[in-house]
Design a protein around this ligand. Structure first.
Ligand code: HGY
Ligand code: MN
Ligand code: MN
Ligand code: MN
Length: 407
């Protein structure tokens, strides 16, 4: 193992510097994919990578690949990366830590004049969050062949702006065909976005896999009616039914030891003195095992079929299915060895959150590194991690990558 050490202050300084692109007064970040703020942070990253002598390739979905040459130009690069986009109420670390830690690895090698045998590659995946354009991880998904480029480019946001138009608008519609930029392995550093590592006072999460996720859209169809003249027994109140469903989904998740989240609720043509006639919901179901996800989905369907809901029928559409993922044992071992070499406390963990590595793992050996975040909070402006933990994650990344880059 090399004795190269990342520069913790330089990493932290870049995390704080990039936090201004979309920074919000409450200390969070709102940097939705393919917005002006996203363009700013992409331009910043491009400049940093080019200053290190990397070659930047952008593909047709705006995925960015910066390659640092090795001594063997024919060897497949080792990739490090994550995403720069955030949730509308995002924080300073989700995604960007993985990109900036990869940049810190490149900076450390550059400062040491150290050239690896295999090239190294830093990746920024477009639209990991799936908040503006659904579903999440759609561009790493397209890279892995799970979505066509045409399908992605045509997807509209809530204002009807198509992905392709937004991508053109920020100048990151690249020439490289999606999937054409090759790498041999992927290592992604990310905050855990949950409370386990912090609770156990463990520095590094050796991520062995990612739980399965299914997304649904639901439309509850009632009848809009006068709020004053329509007796309770004669109402077809879509919002009352939606309220019952939200609690039913919660019971289903608890019964299966999974998670269920009603992410958005919209009352169509809402007005305070109109009985809600139509309500639209989103539902996010997750579980580490496919059989349990199936069982949860069947339980949701049974709930919607209850005779009591005949007056407010519900249309359910599954819009995304991301099966559970098991990461490559060799890459997982490289992360464990990278943490051990630096003397960090570490434990294996399955990711509750989705990440671009879910799709990277379909095409190359992949693993992830987690570091703790305060109170396990994420997708929240209060998201926070310590400089020491961020540095530990980056050092583990450097150690894991170097162990393979010179073989
Ligand atoms: O939803 C997710 O798990 C991811 O953070 N987009
Ligand atoms: Mn993320
Ligand atoms: Mn996220
Ligand atoms: Mn994520």
């Amino acid at each position: 193992m090399s004795n190269l050490t990342i520069d913790a202050d330089r990493l932290w300084s870049s995390l704080m510097e990039t936090a201004r692109f979309g920074g919000t007064p409450d200390g969070g970040i709102r940097r939705l994919t393919l917005t002006e703020e996203d363009r700013q942070v992409r331009d910043w990253l491009r400049a940093q990578c080019e200053a290190l002598g990397c070659t930047l390739t952008v593909d047709a979905l705006g995925n960015m690949f910066a390659t640092r040459p090795g001594t063997d130009p024919d060897a497949l690069p080792i990739a490090m990366g994550s995403h720069l986009d955030t949730q509308p109420t995002g924080g300073k670390f989700d995604g960007v830590l993985g990109v900036l830690a990869g940049l810190e690895v490149l900076r450390t090698l550059d400062a040491a004049g150290y050239v690896t045998r295999r090239p190294l590659m830093l990746v920024n995946w477009t639209n990991e969050e799936g908040s503006r354009f659904s579903p999440a991880m759609i561009c790493s998904g397209a890279y892995a062949g799970a979505f066509t480029v045409e399908d992605v480019l045509a997807r509209p946001d809530a204002q009807g702006v198509r992905f392709g138009a937004a991508l053109e608008g920020i100048g990151y519609a690249g020439a490289a065909p999606v999937g054409s930029v090759k790498f041999g392995e992927m290592f992604e550093l990310h905050i855990e976005q949950g409370p386990v590592l912090e609770h156990e006072e463990t520095t590094i999460g050796i991520v062995t896999g990612v739980q399965g996720m299914r997304w649904y859209d639901l439309v509850v169809e009632g009848v809009a009616a006068h709020a004053g003249t329509t007796p309770m027994k004669l109402r077809r109140d879509a919002l009352a039914t939606a309220a019952e469903l939200i609690l039913a989904f919660r019971r289903i998740a608890l019964a299966h030891d999974g998670v269920a989240t009603v992410g958005e609720i919209g009352v169509v043509h809402a007005s305070r003195n109109v009985v809600p006639g139509e309500v639209r919901l989103t539902l996010d179901l997750r579980h580490p095992e496919t059989a349990a996800l199936e069982a949860m989905e069947r339980a949701v369907e049974a709930e919607l079929a209850r005779p009591e809901l005949a007056g407010t029928p519900v249309r359910l559409t599954r819009t995304w299915d991301s099966p559970p993922v098991v990461f490559d044992a060799g890459c997982v071992a490289a992360v464990a060895a990278g943490a051990a070499a630096a003397g960090y406390s570490a434990r294996e963990i399955v990711s509750g959150a989705g990440h671009d590595s879910v799709y990277a793992a379909r095409v190359v050996p992949t693993s992830m590194i987690f570091v703790p975040c305060k109170d396990g909070l994420s997708h929240n402006p209060a998201e926070s991690a310590t400089p020491a933990d961020c540095a530990a994650g980056a050092q583990t990344l450097l150690n894991a990558v170097l162990a393979r880059a010179d073989r």
